[in-house]
Design a protein around this ligand. Sequence first.
Ligand code: NAP
Length: 431
Amino acid sequence: MQEVNVGIIGLGNVGSGTLAILTENAEQIALKLGFQLRVKALCSRSITVKPAADSIFRTTDWRQVVAHTEVDVVAELVGGTTVAREIIDAAIAHKKSVVTANKELMALCGAEIWDRAIAAGINLAMEASVAGGIPIHTVLREGISGDRVTTLYGILNGTSNYILTEIEKHGSSFDSVLQDAQRLGYAEADPSADVDGYDARSKLAILAALAFGEKITPSDIYTEGIRRILPLDFQYAHTLGHTIRLICAARQTPDGLILSVRPALIPQSTILAGVQGAYNAVWVRGKYGADTFYYGRGAGAAPTGVAVVSDLMRVAREIRRGSPERVSPFAHERLGEYKPISVTLQHSAYYLRFRVVDRPGIIASLAGVLAQKQISLEAVLQLPSENRRDLPFVITVEPTSEQSIREALAEMSAHDFLVEPPFAMPMERSL
Ligand SMILES: NC(=O)c1ccc[n+]([C@@H]2O[C@H](COP(=O)([O-])OP(=O)(O)OC[C@H]3O[C@@H](n4cnc5c(N)ncnc54)[C@H](OP(=O)(O)O)[C@@H]3O)[C@@H](O)[C@H]2O)c1
């Protein structure tokens, strides 16, 4: 049977990993497919210094890869939302299927790109865009597509999870763990996308679209990063039988879908609490199939490369055997019940952490604000501390609305005994 030819644009982490797997594992891939999957063309700005077989066409101009008459599938592994978008647009115009790892672009305008891909009769595969080594797209689009998803929780940013678990293990500050992570290459020089939650937000937008069949954009998702987490938050969380993770959550409520990326307390007994270091995990609850859990490496050349190569194999099979009828993962009918609604409508128990200059009557005045907002106080915790000018303590409250908590925090912030504004995290008890 005739071979299928691939053009790879972008030879950084993911592109190099993809090329290495396609080369080293070529024999087994051909056995699984029944035909050869060949790399025909490669492109990167520094292509001259990239090692590759002489038989492969090499260029710095991505247009030559897309227009190459023998290239059947284009792998867009450049990233970003400008050149990557031009590459995918050009591939669609040339009626060539595309495999991409680009979460940012897919979260921003995946729905529109998918519509054009379907109209052109080509395939668009994006498994590598979320949770690199976990085949979560295939799970949601095929494995559990017969279920009706009610809740999805994820740990989707490896850098944040690494930082949080290092703070937890060693009691070091956020800044010192971040510096170590940058030195070891686990965090970017500009860490904002990771530690402020934006990378996780793009991934949640894609997963929620797949899980709920809704058009979800990053702006539908309440996002808060991990910069305010202190080692003492872990001490208090442990005292409460919990730990802290950057939790990506999409949950169906009677009024609509509530979406958030934020640090949260989760019970130490939950399977998500065991996700350590740079690992990712996705936990899905369905109306019929109940709970399923997926775990693996969220990034890295080889795990992400496996996702890209597996997508290339899927697309190649379709090219050889004819395309099945295709529905965009972003283009389901809006069902209303899955319409994104504000996080302020969320109900949860909360952990409230204060740092104060010690003086009598502080707890009474904070409790007064809570009572005024109809919020029931559950516990007050204070671990031993010597520093009377920066004394931490924690109040936990019974389930209430995010709106009420925000109003209470705004009112509390006016008190001059606070060293910094109060810090709130939801306590996820349904896990
Ligand atoms: N890294 C991961 O573990 C991971 C995991 C999941 C998804 N992703 C996604 O995968 C994509 C690629 O990420 P990466 O980490 O591999 O990025 P990267 O290491 O920065 O690699 C980007 C590649 O694109 C090439 N490139 C950039 N602009 C180009 C242009 N105008 N023309 C031709 N080539 C160009 C670069 O060429 P030069 O090297 O010659 O400059 C480089 O080879 C992104 O969408 C990312 O979000 C990454």
